[in-house]
Design a protein around this ligand. Structure first.
Ligand code: SF4
Ligand code: SF4
Length: 351
C-alpha cells in the first residue's frame, strides 16, 4: 500500500533510476542545439537539460506528475539525439522511459484510454500475425481508393478524437510484407553468421528496407538467419510507459535470438536498454545479446572486428554500447561541427 507521502517522495516504479543516473547532467547545454523540441520552442523546459531537471525534481519528490509536468515530458520525441551529443554520458532515453512509466503508474488512463492501450499494446503489437492482418486491411484501405474518398470528404474530422491527424501519419504500406523465416545464404565466401531483427512496423511498412538489408548482408558474405519467433522490440510500449509489457517482449526476443549462435541485428528501433529492461538476465553476455538486438545495421558504419561466430562479436558490441564520455564527446564535437556548417550555409543562403 502506498501513502500520499510516498507518492510525492520520488519514483514509485519497481526499478527506478538511481540518484547518480538522475544527477549525471552537468548542465553544460551542449545537447540543446541537437534537440528538435528546443530548436522549435526555444524554452528550457522543452530541452533535454530542462527535462532532466524535472526528472531529478520528481526523483527527489520536489514536484509531482502535474499536468504541466506531463506535458513537458510528453512533448519529448524520445529521439535521443541529446544522448549522442552529451559528453557526460547521460542516459537520457533510459531516464525518459522510467519517467513515463512513473507517470503511467501515478496517473492511470481513463477507462476508454486504458482499453485502447490494452488492445494496442497487449493484443496487437506482441502478435506479428495480428499486425499483418491489420496491415492487410490498411493496405486495402490505401489502395482501393477508400483512403482518397475518406480524405476528400473529411469524414474523419467529424469523428471524435484526432483520428484525421493519426490517419495522415499512416505510412504507405508495403506491397509485400516481410516475414522472417529460414536462413539466407551468403552470395560469396562466408564471412559472418548473423541474425536479423525485423521489427514489427518495419515488416509491414518498410518491408523493402528489410529485404534490402538482408540482400546487402548476403552480398557482404553473411549467412543471415531470420528467427521466426522474434516479436516487436517493445519500444512503443516503453515509450508509452508500458514497462512490464516491454520487459516481456524483451525476454521473448532474447530467447528467440539466444537460440542462434550470433546476433548482428538490423531494422527497427528498440527500447533504450533492453538488457536493463529484461529483469532476469544475469550474465553480461545475455544483456549484450539483447543490446545487440537493439542495434541497427543501417545506422552503424563501424566495421565488425569479431573474427568468428560466438560471443566475441557480442562482447564487442556490448563495449561499444556502454556510455563512453570520450567517444560521445567526439560525437558531440562532430555533430556540433556539422551544425555550425549548416548554420553557415543557411546564413550564406539568406544573404
Ligand atoms: S530525446 Fe530528442 S526530443 Fe527528447 S530531449 Fe532529447 S533531443 Fe530533445
Ligand atoms: S549535454 Fe549532457 S550534461 Fe550537458 S546539459 Fe545536455 S544532458 Fe546535461
Amino acid at each position: 500500500m502506498t501513502t500520499g507521502f510516498e507518492q510525492k517522495s520520488g519514483f514509485t516504479i519497481p526499478d527506478p533510476p538511481s540518484e547518480s543516473d538522475l544527477g549525471q547532467c552537468v548542465h553544460c547545454g551542449l545537447c540543446l542545439p541537437h534537440c528538435p523540441t528546443f530548436r522549435e520552442l526555444h524554452v528550457e523546459t522543452e530541452s533535454p537539460r530542462g527535462r532532466l531537471h524535472l526528472m531529478r525534481a520528481l526523483g527527489e519528490g520536489r514536484v509531482d506528475t502535474s499536468d504541466a509536468f506531463v506535458e513537458h515530458i510528453s512533448l519529448c520525441l524520445d529521439c535521443r539525439a541529446c544522448e549522442a551529443a552529451c559528453p557526460s554520458g547521460v542516459k537520457f532515453g533510459y531516464l525518459m522511459e522510467a519517467t513515463r512509466a512513473e507517470i503511467r503508474a501515478r496517473r492511470p488512463l481513463t477507462r476508454f484510454g486504458g482499453l485502447l492501450a490494452k488492445v494496442i499494446f497487449r493484443q496487437l503489437f506482441p502478435y506479428p500475425e495480428r499486425l499483418a492482418l491489420l496491415g492487410g486491411l490498411l493496405r486495402a484501405y490505401q489502395r482501393t481508393g477508400v483512403q482518397w474518398l475518406v480524405r476528400r470528404t473529411g469524414l474523419l474530422k467529424a469523428l471524435p478524437g484526432d483520428l484525421d491527424e493519426a490517419e495522415a501519419l499512416l505510412p504507405k504500406l508495403s506491397a509485400r510484407f516481410f516475414e522472417p523465416r529460414g536462413t539466407v545464404q551468403p552470395r560469396r565466401s562466408l564471412q559472418k553468421r548473423v541474425a536479423f531483427f525485423a521489427g514489427c512496423v518495419m515488416r509491414i511498412a518498410f518491408a523493402e528496407t528489410n529485404r534490402a538489408t538482408v540482400r546487402m548482408l548476403s552480398r557482404a558474405g553473411c549467412e543471415v538467419r531470420l528467427p521466426e519467433d522474434q516479436v516487436c522490440c517493445g519500444a512503443l510500449h516503453v515509450h508509452a510507459g508500458e514497462r512490464e509489457q516491454a520487459k516481456e517482449l524483451a525476454r521473448r526476443n532474447i530467447e528467440a535470438f539466444e537460440r542462434r549462435p550470433a546476433a548482428r541485428s538490423a531494422g527497427a528501433p528498440a527500447p533504450a536498454d533492453a538488457g536493463r529492461l529484461s529483469g532476469r538476465l544475469p550474465p553480461a553476455a545475455r544483456a549484450a545479446h539483447s543490446a545487440a538486438a537493439a542495434r541497427s545495421a543501417q545506422g552503424d558504419p563501424r566495421p565488425h572486428p569479431g573474427r568468428d561466430e560466438g560471443w566475441r562479436p557480442l562482447l564487442w558490441q556490448r563495449r561499444h554500447l556502454q556510455p563512453d564520455p570520450a567517444r560521445d564527446g567526439r560525437a558531440a564535437r562532430r555533430t556540433e561541427g556539422g551544425q555550425r556548417g549548416r548554420d553557415r550555409g543557411r546564413r550564406r543562403g539568406e544573404r
